[in-house]
Design a protein around this ligand. Structure first.
Ligand SMILES: [Fe+2]
Ligand SMILES: [Fe+2]
Length: 208
């Protein structure tokens, strides 16, 4: 089952779809909070503020779409209201921890520089994924005639990726080698997350 088929199965069940939206909302919210937490007390610029604000809005927007699935629930981010709750929570934290370790141990970053460099690489990896995942989700929504659309998120995530590349260019100079490293790290964590979701769906009686 490829990613598109998996999302298609999710979208065809109101409960799974609601939990999928809620899981994405939780992850967007975690992203927004991580960006805010990484901000320098004084040296925060417009791009970072815009980015934190837009990720927070994505979290809110995805949450607000849940009612359109017809499923009652998913009011909070408690485990039973998410898909693959453990992996959904771990995805960003594990990525952040591994990238921070890489920056500290391999590249010798410390203090505020470490925080900023981690913000750049973690966010870059997530944006690459977002630019892959949201268009597939949007395509499935359209094909199913869903009342939900994530087109606005697709457009904003594309903007974020371009902004991350500009910022990495300024900060690292030669950022491509770091990009390769973090993309492979992220790929592993994404596969863990997706395979946990796949298992959840296989355990649903109507899809078994
Ligand atoms: Fe986002
Ligand atoms: Fe983003």
């Amino acid at each position: 089952m490829d990613l598109k088929e998996l999302i298609n199965q999710i979208v065809s069940s109101p409960e799974l779809h609601a939990k999928w939206l809620n899981s994405l909302s939780m992850m967007e919210n975690t992203g927004a909070r991580k960006i805010s937490a990484s901000e320098h007390q004084h040296l925060v610029d417009e791009i970072v503020l815009k980015h934190a604000a837009e990720e927070a809005r994505h979290a809110y927007y995805l949450k607000s779409q849940i009612k359109k699935t017809g499923y009652e629930g998913c009011k909070t981010y408690l485990s039973h209201e998410l898909l693959a709750p453990i992996q959904s929570f771990q995805y960003l934290h594990a990525l952040d921890a591994a990238i921070s370790r890489y920056l500290k141990n391999e590249l010798g970053f410390t203090g505020n520089e470490l925080k900023y460099a981690a913000y750049l690489l973690v966010t870059y990896a997530i944006e690459v994924r977002a630019d892959d995942l949201y268009p597939v989700y949007e395509e499935v929504l359209k094909a199913n005639g869903s009342k939900i659309s994530v087109r606005m998120i697709v457009v904003e995530e594309q903007g974020h990726l371009e902004e991350m590349i500009q910022q990495m260019d300024k900060f690292f100079g030669n950022w491509k080698q770091h990009a390769v490293f973090v993309e492979s790290l992220e790929q592993r964590l994404f596969e863990k997350w997706i395979s946990a979701i796949r298992k959840t769906i296989q355990n649903q009686p109507e899809f078994a």
